[in-house]
Design a protein around this ligand. Sequence first.
Ligand SMILES: Nc1ncnc2c1ncn2[C@@H]1O[C@H](COP(=O)(O)OP(=O)(O)O)[C@@H](O)[C@H]1O
Ligand SMILES: [Mg+2]
Length: 448
Amino acid sequence: MKHKIKYVCSNCGYESLKWLGKCPSCDNWNTFTEEFVEQKKSSHARKAPEANITKLNSLVHQEEERIKTNIEEFDRVLGGGLMPGSVVLVGGDPGIGKSTLVMQAAAQINKSVLYVTGEESVNQINLRAKRLKVSSENILAMTETDLDIILNAIENEKPDVVIIDSIQTTYKPDLENTPGTITQIRECTSELMQTAKKKHCAVIIIGHVTKEGMIAGPKVLEHIVDTVLQFEGERSYSYRILRAQKNRFGSTNEIGIFEMHEDGLHEVKNPSEIFLSEREKEITGSVVTSSIEGTRPILLEVQALVTPSAYGNPQRVATGFDYRRLSILLAVLEKRAGLRLSSQNVFLNIAGGIRIDEPAVDLAVCCAIASSFSDRYAHKDTVAVGEIGLGGEVRSVGNIDKRIQEAAKLGFKKIIVPNGNNSIKIKNAIEVIHAHNVTDAIELVLRK
Ligand SMILES: Nc1ncnc2c1ncn2[C@@H]1O[C@H](COP(=O)(O)OP(=O)(O)O)[C@@H](O)[C@H]1O
Ligand SMILES: [Mg+2]
């Protein structure tokens, strides 16, 4: 039989009859791979069956009981636990700790768990469980890549939770495409989704996904599954962050913080202390800010290094912070605060390998840059919080009380906050100083 060929973008799933260098849908280069076209059964002359329609208010309201992983950081990111009948995709770079995380969760779930692995032998799984010192009493394990056999096992064992490690190795034998191709991944995921709904079990799917999303096509899966969690971290740091990118059953701005140890992932319950633990107190270019991740405040150290540029084009490098945002803040500092930064290299780093997308850290970024540029130390017991507008004004931020409380809890004496945040309840724990614009704020944060 001769197959028809199509080309599929491995990032977003865009299909084309010709090979294309650049995907017209997601603008990535070299993402097209060759796949077979699935022959569709002819569907003409089909008489559509009657639709099943329910009057919504006739339903008895009942809160669905979630399955707790009993790992607090994991449960919080999920929105309170696994929802029965839902599919959760856990993506992340290879080796970041996905199998470790789900194994620890599997062992702590008080329900039956079917752990399907296509990457390791059952023996290796058992060795991991031993190394992580978890009990594997409630875990049934199998090494399998054939989706039909997996679905059969779910049918027979009726587990409450199914773990698929990983979706890249799982395949449907009646598709012509090889495992790991977009068609396979998409088909397998939608079948698992249907099974989850039908059998009312929670399914956790592991996907190897690089930050650029090139391997698995996470965009393709994002639409299918209920929840997408990204497990990330710098390989050289032991911190790992679990972040919700999409969640039909919870908030998407929660994060869970873990630390990787020999015996597995440890939950980090006091992130501020850890992120500030290596802070050098006497150094220019270092300012502490209070950021909100999800519902939690975290104190972070913003570090800047400003050096004269020897060549025409100064370098700007941001780690853990948006590069474009840095460019905007540099322009504001130049124009509104009179700092001549256009001939300076600026390197910015959020210490600890964490990534921050919150505008409330703007002020600390500006102060850190000003500190390094002018070689003035920042007051070591001062925290700076505020969004910076294009006019150099310090704009108000949300959750100000939580931020102040966290700073006070960790022993800081002073916090610089936006002028607009004027209904502050926390008064006595710490000195709260309001700042109008970035120039004033810099003078408050930096020593003379
Ligand atoms: N024998 C071991 N001793 C200590 N740490 C280990 C051991 N095996 C794996 N690890 C840690 O676990 C990480 C791999 O975790 P794993 O859950 O297998 O990743 P993933 O499933 O995301 O590919 C490694 O990067 C390493 O830090
Ligand atoms: Mg793994």
